[in-house]
Design a protein around this ligand. Structure first.
Ligand code: HEC
Ligand code: HEC
Length: 171
C-alpha cells in the first residue's frame, strides 16, 4: 500500500512537469482512477463483458477517458485490424457504460486526438517502467495489451501488484 501511494504521488509530479510540455503528450488519467483498483473491478456490465471480453480481457472502463471510448466505439468495424462490429443497440449500451465509468483526462490542454490504446497512455508507461520491451514481446506475453499474461486476475478487473506473475521468457 505504501509503494502504491508513493507511485501515485510520483505520477502526480510527473503530470505537473508534463503540463509544461503539453503538445504531443499522452493522456494523463486522474491518478485516483488508477489507484482505485477496486473501482475498476466494480464497474461491470453484462454486454460489455461478453462482447468486449471475447478476444481479449474486457479492459476496465476506468483505464481510458470518455473521448477514447467514444472514438473506439465509433470505429469497431476497423478495430486494430479486426472487425468487432456489434448491433447498434448493444453498442450504444456498452458505450454508455464505458463513458459513465471512464477515467478522467487531466491532460492540459486536453489531447486533440483521443488515444485508443491503454498501452499508449502516459500512466501505463509509467506503471510499467520496469517491464522490459523484450518481456512484452516474449512468446508467453506477445503484446502489452495482453494484460492477463501477467495480471492473474485481469479478467476480474484486478491489477494489484500482489496479483502479478510475469511468465518466464524462454523461446
Ligand atoms: C474480434 C475480436 C475483438 C473484439 C470483439 C474486441 N476487440 Fe478490442 N482488440 C482486438 C485486437 C486484436 C486488439 C489489439 C491487441 C494487441 O495489440 O495486442 C484490440 C485492442 C483493444 C484495445 C487497445 C488495447 C491496448 O493496446 O491498450 C482496446 C481499448 C479495446 N480493444 C477495446 C475493445 C472494446 C471496448 C470492445 C467491445 C466493444 C472490443 N475491444 C472488442 C480485438 C477485439
Ligand atoms: C509483461 C507483464 C505485464 C503485462 C502484459 C501488463 N502488466 Fe500491468 N503491471 C506489470 C508489472 C510488473 C507492474 C508493476 C507492479 C508494481 O507496482 O510493482 C504492473 C502494474 C500495473 C498496474 C498498477 C498496479 C498497482 O497496484 O500498482 C496496473 C493498473 C496495470 N499494471 C494494468 C495493466 C493493464 C490494463 C494491462 C494490459 C493493457 C497490463 N497491465 C499489462 C506487468 C504487466
Amino acid at each position: 500500500m505504501n509503494a502504491r501511494r508513493r507511485s501515485t504521488v510520483q505520477l502526480g509530479s510527473r503530470v505537473a512537469k508534463a503540463v509544461a510540455f503539453a503538445a504531443l503528450a499522452g493522456i494523463v488519467l486522474s491518478p485516483g482512477a488508477i489507484a482505485g483498483g477496486h473501482k475498476l473491478a466494480a464497474a461491470t456490465n453484462t454486454a460489455w463483458k461478453s462482447e468486449c471480453g471475447s478476444c481479449h480481457v474486457a479492459y476496465p472502463a476506468g483505464l481510458l477517458p470518455a473521448a477514447s471510448w467514444r472514438a473506439l466505439m465509433a470505429g469497431l468495424d476497423r478495430h486494430f485490424g479486426n472487425d468487432a462490429t456489434i448491433d447498434a443497440a448493444t453498442g450504444a449500451a456498452i458505450e454508455a457504460f464505458l463513458v459513465a465509468n471512464a477515467g478522467r483526462d487531466r491532460s492540459k490542454p486536453p489531447t486533440a486526438e483521443p488515444i485508443l490504446r491503454i498501452t499508449e497512455t502516459r500512466w501505463f508507461r509509467h506503471e510499467h517502467d520496469d517491464v522490459a520491451a523484450a518481456t512484452f514481446e516474449s512468446p508467453a506475453v506477445k503484446s502489452a495489451a495482453n494484460c492477463g499474461a501477467c495480471h492473474l486476475n485481469a479478467d476480474s478487473g484486478r491489477f494489484s501488484e500482489r496479483e502479478i506473475r510475469i511468465p518466464p521468457s524462454k523461446p
